[in-house]
Design a protein around this ligand. Structure first.
Ligand code: ADP
Ligand code: MG
Length: 702
C-alpha cells in the first residue's frame, strides 16, 4: 500500500506548534513564552532571539529559504512579502539568519494598502507585529518553494489598526470579559476564560481552466457578466450531496492534505446545490485562528485547483440563475473548563445560564441587525442577499418551536409544559427544562440556532470572516455587559434571570422567526414588525456611520471612531471600484466580442438572404432572424453608449457615498440591462460563432 496516507503524521506537520516548541526550546524559555503569551505580555529581546532561531532551524530543515510576516489588510485577503534568511559574509558567502527582532516586528512599505485616510493622519509607515497566540507555519508550493509564515497584526506607528486581525482580537477580549462577568454573577467561579469559537463552511465553484481563460469577465471579475441560461440548471436537485466525480475527489483529496499539513482540521466535503458547486468545512476552533485558517482554505482552494487544471471561483454569484456561494459562520462560546455556553445544560443552573446567553444574543441581533447586515455587504453579495436564495436581506433569528415556546412562556410569566418531547429532569420554578434535541432544521434563516451554536448564514463566500465576527462579538459583548450589570446587583438570581428573559421577549422577540424566510409573506410581515430590510451594499454600509455604531465600537475598544470611519470609506470605495471594473469589462466584451459576433452572423444571414432570394425561393427565416439580430445589436449599442456616459459621470464624483450610489443606480443598472440583449443574442447566434464558453459548458463540462 504505497499510497497509504498517514493522516496523524501529516496533520500539523508544517506548523511550529506547541509540540514542536516544547521539543526545540529550552524548558525555561518555553514555560516563560507560554505564560507571557497567555497573558498577552511582550517578551524580552533575548527570548525572541531564542525562539526565532529555533523557528528558523525548524523551517530550514523543512526546506524553507524565506520567511514572511503574513497579515490581513483591509482588502479582505491576506498580504505577504518574502525575505530570504540570507546574510552575506565578508568572504563572499552567506549565512542564514533570523533574529528575534525580525520575528517580532516588520515594517512593510504599506503605502499601497487601503487605509481610508488613517495613515495619512498618523504616519506613512505600517508595522507588522507577531501574533504569538497563533503558531507560525510553513507553506510549500507545488514547485518546491518553501516559506515560513509568521501570522502578524498590521498597525500604524501609534497603534491604529490597519487590518482585520486587531479588531477581531479586541472583540474577542470584549466578549470574553463580559461573558465571564455573567458567569461569575450567577455563581460560576471556576471558569477563567471564555473564547469565541468559529467553524466556517466554505462554498465554492470549480470550472475547467480552459473555459475560465476564455472568459474575460471570469478572469477580471470572478463572475460572468453575460451568459444565457443553460437548458438544464439545478432544478433536478441532483447535485446536492451527489456522488463526487473522481476528478473532483482527486482535487478534494489533495486539498485536504495541504490543509492538514498546515494544521487545519478540514473535515467535511460535498457537492453543493448548484452544478459545479462544492463545500468544505473544518472542525471549529478558536475564532481568530478559524479566520486565519479560512483565509488559508480560500488560498489553497485556488492553488490546488490549478494543479488539477481547474479554477476555483470564490465569488458570491459566478452564474446568474443558479445558487450563489456563501460561508456559514458557525459561532459559539467555549470556556476554559470545557463548557459550550450555548449548550442547554443538564441541570437547572446550567439551563439558566444557557437561556441568559441565548436571550442576550437575541437582543443583540435585534438591536444591531443593521450592523450584521452591513458586515456582510459587498458588491458580490448584492446578487445573493434578498434575491430569493439563502439568505434574505432581513435579519431574523431562528430558534425552532420548542425554544421559542419556552421563551414565550417565561415572557408571559408562565410555565412551560412538555408536549411529549423528552426533557431533561429539572425542577426549578422560574426556569423550565430544555429538551436535549431542541432545534428543528431550517435552511432559510440568516441567523439560526442549531442546537449548541448560532449559524450566521449571510457571510459571502469570498469575504474574510473577520468583519461579521467583529460585529457579532461586539454586539454580544454589549448585551452581556448589560445583563452582567443587572445580575451582579440582583438579590435573587433566578428571578432576575426570568425578568431579563421577560424583557427580551417584550422588546426583542420581533426578530424571532421560524418560518420560511424566502417567502414574500415574510417580507411583508418583517416590514410590519419594523425589521430593517436593506437591499444593497451601499445602503447597508451606512449602518457603520451612525453615532450609535461609533459609540458601540469605541465603548468596547474594538474600533475607535476614526478606525470605524476609515473602514466605511474603504468598503464603499471598494464597491465603486468593483462596479467600475465590471463596467469596463462589460464594455470591452460587448465591443470586441459580442457585437462583432452578432455582426458576423448578420452578414451571414444577409448573404444567405440575397442568394436564396436570387435563386427565387423565399428567405423568410433568414429575414426574421436577421431582424432579431439587428434589433438586438442596435439596442445593445445604444445601451453601451449610455453605460459609457454613466461610468464617466460616476467616475467624476468626489464624495465617496454619492459616487458609490451613482455606480449602483446608474452604472450597475445599465450593464445589467445590457446583459439582457447580449444573452438573447447568445441564444440565437450559432454556437461556433459565439466567442466565449457557454453556461452549459462551464457548469457541466467538469
Ligand atoms: P451543518 O449540519 O450545518 O453542516 P455541522 O454540525 O456539520 O452543521 O457543523 C457545521 C460547522 O459548525 C462545522 O465547521 C463545525 O465544526 C461547526 N461547529 C460545531 N460546533 C461548533 C461550536 N460550538 N462553535 C463553532 N462552530 C461549531
Ligand atoms: Mg451548516
Amino acid at each position: 500500500m504505497e499510497n497509504l496516507i498517514n493522516v496523524p503524521e501529516i496533520f500539523g506537520s508544517n506548523v511550529f506548534n506547541d509540540r514542536v516548541m516544547k521539543e526545540r526550546l529550552p524548558k525555561a524559555i518555553y514555560r516563560e513564552f507560554k505564560e507571557l503569551s497567555d497573558e498577552g505580555k511582550p517578551m524580552s529581546g533575548e527570548m525572541a532571539n531564542v525562539i526565532a532561531n529555533a523557528m528558523k532551524d525548524w523551517a530550514i530543515e523543512k526546506g524553507a529559504t524565506h520567511y514572511t510576516h503574513w497579515f490581513q489588510p483591509l482588502t479582505g485577503i491576506t498580504a505577504e512579502k518574502h525575505d530570504s534568511f540570507i546574510s552575506p559574509t565578508d568572504d563572499g558567502g552567506v549565512i542564514l539568519e533570523f533574529s528575534g527582532r525580525q520575528l517580532i516586528q516588520g515594517e512593510p512599505d504599506a503605502s499601497s494598502f487601503p487605509s481610508g485616510g488613517l495613515r495619512a493622519t498618523f504616519e506613512a509607515r505600517g508595522y507588522t507585529a507577531w501574533d504569538s497566540t497563533v503558531p507560525a507555519f510553513i507553506k510549500d508550493n507545488a514547485a518546491g518553494d518553501v516559506t515560513l509564515y509568521i501570522p502578524t497584526a498590521f498597525h500604524s506607528y501609534t497603534g491604529v489598526a490597519l487590518d482585520k486581525k486587531i479588531p477581531v482580537l479586541r472583540s474577542m477580549s470584549a466578549v470574553s470579559k463580559h461573558a465571564l462577568r455573567i458567569l461569575k454573577a450567577i455563581g460560576n467561579t471556576t471558569t477563567k476564560r471564555v473564547t469565541a469559537t468559529l467553524g466556517p463552511e466554505q462554498e465554492y465553484f470549480l470550472i475547467d481552466r480552459n473555459f475560465f481563460l476564455n472568459r474575460l469577465d471570469l478572469m477580471m471579475c470572478g463572475r460572468t457578466l453575460f451568459g444565457a441560461p443553460s437548458p438544464k440548471g439545478q432544478e433536478l436537485e441532483d447535485q446536492y450531496f451527489g456522488s463526487i466525480k473522481d476528478k473532483i475527489s482527486a482535487f478534494m483529496g489533495d486539498l485536504d492534505i495541504e490543509l492538514w499539513k498546515m494544521g487545519i482540521a478540514s473535515k467535511t466535503r460535498h457537492n453543493e446545490v448548484a452544478p459545479g458547486q462544492f463545500e468544505n468545512a473544518p472542525v471549529f476552533t478558536t475564532l481568530n485562528i478559524a479566520i486565519d485558517h479560512n483565509q488559508l482554505v480560500m488560498d489553497m482552494l485556488q492553488k490546488v485547483a490549478l494543479r488539477h487544471g481547474l479554477i476555483c471561483l470564490l465569488h458570491e454569484k459566478p452564474y446568474k440563475g443558479i445558487n450563489g456561494s456563501g460561508k456559514h459562520n458557525n459561532w459559539s462560546l467555549s470556556t476554559d473548563d470545557g463548557q459550550n455556553l450555548l449548550e442547554p445544560g443538564e441541570n437547572p443552573h446550567d439551563n439558566m445560564q444557557f437561556l441568559i446567553f441565548l436571550a442576550a444574543l437575541i437582543r443583540a441581533v435585534d438591536k444591531h441587525a443593521d450592523l450584521l447586515r452591513g458586515s456582510c455587504a459587498t458588491a458580490g453579495q448584492d446578487h445573493r442577499l434578498g434575491a430569493n436564495e439563502a439568505p434574505p436581506a432581513i435579519i431574523s433569528v431562528f430558534l425552532g418551536n420548542i425554544l421559542t415556546e419556552i421563551l414565550e412562556k417565561i415572557g408571559n410569566g408562565g410555565k412551560y409544559e412538555s408536549k411529549g418531547v423528552s426533557f431533561l429532569k429539572v425542577g426549578v420554578d422560574s426556569l423550565p427544562p430544555i429538551p436535549m434535541d431542541n432545534s428543528d432544521r431550517n435552511r432559510t434563516s440568516p441567523f439560526a440556532f442549531t442546537g449548541n451554536k448560532f449559524e450566521f448564514r449571510m457571510v459571502g463566500s469570498s469575504m474574510s470572516c473577520a468583519g461579521p465576527n467583529i460585529v457579532l462579538n461586539t454586539i454580544a459583548a454589549e448585551t452581556f455587559d448589560e445583563f452582567a450589570t443587572r445580575l451582579e446587583k440582583a438579590k435573587d438570581i433566578n428571578a432576575e434571570a426570568a425578568a431579563i428573559i421577560k424583557q427580551v421577549m417584550k422588546e426583542n422577540s420581533r426578530v424571532i422567526f421560524n418560518g420560511n424566510n424566502y417567502s414574500s409573506e415574510w417580507e411583508i410581515e418583517a416590514g410590519k414588525r419594523g425589521l430593517p430590510n436593506i437591499k444593497n451594499c451601499v445602503d447597508a454600509h451606512k449602518a457603520f456611520t451612525t453615532e450609535r455604531a461609533g459609540e458601540l465600537f469605541s465603548a468596547y475598544k474594538v474600533l475607535s471612531k476614526e478606525e470605524l470611519h476609515s473602514r466605511y470609506e474603504i468598503y464603499i470605495d471598494q464597491y465603486a471600484k468593483t462596479i467600475n471594473i465590471e463596467a469596463n469589462c462589460a464594455i470591452r466584451m460587448v465591443k470586441t466580442q459580442f457585437l462583432p459576433a452578432g455582426i458576423r452572423y448578420a452578414g451571414i444571414l444577409a448573404d444567405s438572404l440575397a442568394k436564396v432570394k436570387a435563386a427565387g425561393a423565399s428567405a423568410s427565416v433568414q429575414a426574421d432572424i436577421l431582424k432579431d439580430v439587428s434589433g438586438l445589436l442596435e439596442s445593445a449599442s445604444a445601451k453601451l453608449k449610455n453605460l459609457e456616459a454613466a461610468k464617466a459621470a460616476a467616475c467624476d464624483i468626489c464624495d465617496c457615498t454619492k459616487k458609490a450610489e451613482s455606480y449602483r443606480d446608474n452604472v450597475f443598472t445599465l450593464y445589467t440591462e445590457l446583459r439582457d440583449d447580449i444573452d438573447r443574442l447568445e441564444a440565437i447566434v450559432p454556437a461556433d460563432i459565439w466567442p466565449v464558453p457557454t453556461y452549459s459548458e462551464m457548469l457541466f463540462k467538469l
